[in-house]
Design a protein around this ligand. Sequence first.
Ligand code: GTP
Ligand code: SPV
Ligand code: MN
Length: 628
Amino acid sequence: MAYDVKVASAEGNSAGDLETTLDEAGLKNRYVREYVRHWAEHTGASRVEVIGAADDARLIRESLAAGEILPAGEGRYYARSYAKDTARSEERTIVATASPADKGVYNNWHPSATMRPLVEKLMRGASAGKTMYVIPYLMAPAGSPLEPYAAGVELTDHRTVALHMIRMARVGVEHVNNLDDPDTFVRGVHVTGDLENLGQGTPEDKRYFVTLADERTILHFGSSYGGNALLGKIAHGLRQAAYDGWASGEFLAEQFMLIGITDKQTGRTWHICGGFPSASGKTNLAMMLAPNSLGDRYHVSFYGDDIAWLRVDPEDGKIYAINPENGVFGVAKDTNEVTNPTALGSVAAGTGVLFTNVAYNEVTQDVWWEGRTPQPPVDVTGWRDWTGKLISERSGDEVGKPWAHPNSRFTTTLANVPNIAADYESGQGVPIDAIIFGGRTRDREPLIRAMTDLAEAVYDGLTLGAEATFAAEGVDGQLRYDPMSMRPFMSYPEGAYAEHWLRIIGAAREEPIFAHVNWFQRDPDDGHFLWPGYRDNLRPLLWLLRLKDGQVRGRQTPVGIVPTAAELDLTECGVRPEDLAKLLSIDAARWRQEMAHREEHLAQFDGLPEAIWAAHRRVAAALDADGD
Ligand code: GTP
Ligand code: SPV
Ligand code: MN
């Protein structure tokens, strides 16, 4: 239903119209209504529309008619973002609170007393002439014990953002009408701003992406892309939720995928969650098909690919995880029938998928991205690159440039994912058997190394190293520490973060096994990936579960337990024997160098628990004692 009703504004429309709109939409929560009224006036929006998932078809029609999205085959759609607005901006992302004690190394903390007025000023009148979409949502499956932290309302002046939110979150007034405490919902305001005049990436940058964490308010100005604009996802689901989980002492919110692995022979299912930095393989792992040689026996099911909330159930003492999201915002690059057929299934005809910034053919309505096929389409008729430029008109340096933006993505709901778990909507969540951390590192880190000690695992997560990717602006390829792959999403100080981890996971009566995995080790000479990756990643995970069960023993090294080649099921795996040897070895000399960097890195964090330092010293001493 459209609510073509004016709100109170400078032009003098009556406030009564807004009340009618909210009444007709069935929005009953008076705190939400007040919040909508306040921001409609503040941003100067000329219309207000409350949306739910049922409005999707109409919004799609309107967006197509307005040319904001283009058809990409049956039930598939395509959009381009503004060319300087294609990824999260880490520099412009700020966590603000009233307490300077909330300042960490990575959370880019500022006082809320300065940030709030600054962003409010930028937002004043900035949605003039536009519709403000009111998007009530829940970042949890219904019935989750964590529901009190999951309700939110995003206000956005961008219709394509509303379409993304419908795919990524559970959307509708029912999620805020009957809250136990009607005033407890996350308030998220997204104002696009004049994208062509924001000075993106210059000293005059006007963009601000601010989470006022202690006020549970998110104010994002100056983008319509991804985590900058879909406020339920990263800003609420990670930054705000991590802060809430810490402040309440109840849960962890992590950039984690969440999967089930079922042994079809025994009927047993294990659940694994874990984090790799942005654009480092979470979606691919969650959508993984078992390798052909193992497919008769094992099945991988998808629960989540980017965010998990973890809590310990006081009844049975187990760790339970939920995926708060309702969709996938996946990296397109290198997605194809071999690497990830499941992803292709989840964006097939009729799924309602929205592609952003891939290449588009205006004649055939087809889409393409680097790695979709080994070579780009030979007949370039109708093909435009992600900026909208015809490929046939490229000249000079443009020839040979990627057709799709490296951070181009697809947005599709969980129900479209072919390997979605049967119980993915369980509010209780699933019990966790293993937690993995993954780096994106070209050397040193073996394929997998397991840890059984919680403090050592948290220590390992905090010293996770990664090459940055295109998911953030301007940092691609840089090697940097990315604690728990949360560096861009940290909302409270790292020392407290470590302590909170030790407390939450330490309260479990059944501790999970931990591991550090790395699919990205490369040959120093020719640069090829030593491990085939993708579907083959199931092999080291099965080893980890067998290790937990005591069926294999591995080889103890100073940095954890590494599989022997014989313990890995490598039937029909293409890995070269010499590469495998490297993947399973520990270069102690190289690791000893690393330890000095780690010490510097950890020393930045105030109040790091002594248990973490003790783990560091234990690993360092074991490396020193290792003769290599
Ligand atoms: P975010 O959504 O940004 O958090 O990313 P993500 O961690 O979900 O990453 P995703 O699975 O989308 O993968 C990112 C890129 O890494 C894609 O281009 C993948 O093709 C590539 N990739 C994923 N898994 C593997 C792997 O096992 N080996 C190699 N070599 N590349 C991989
Ligand atoms: C990431 O960058 O880790 C993402 C994409 O998941 S975004 O939603 O843009 O943050
Ligand atoms: Mn992510």
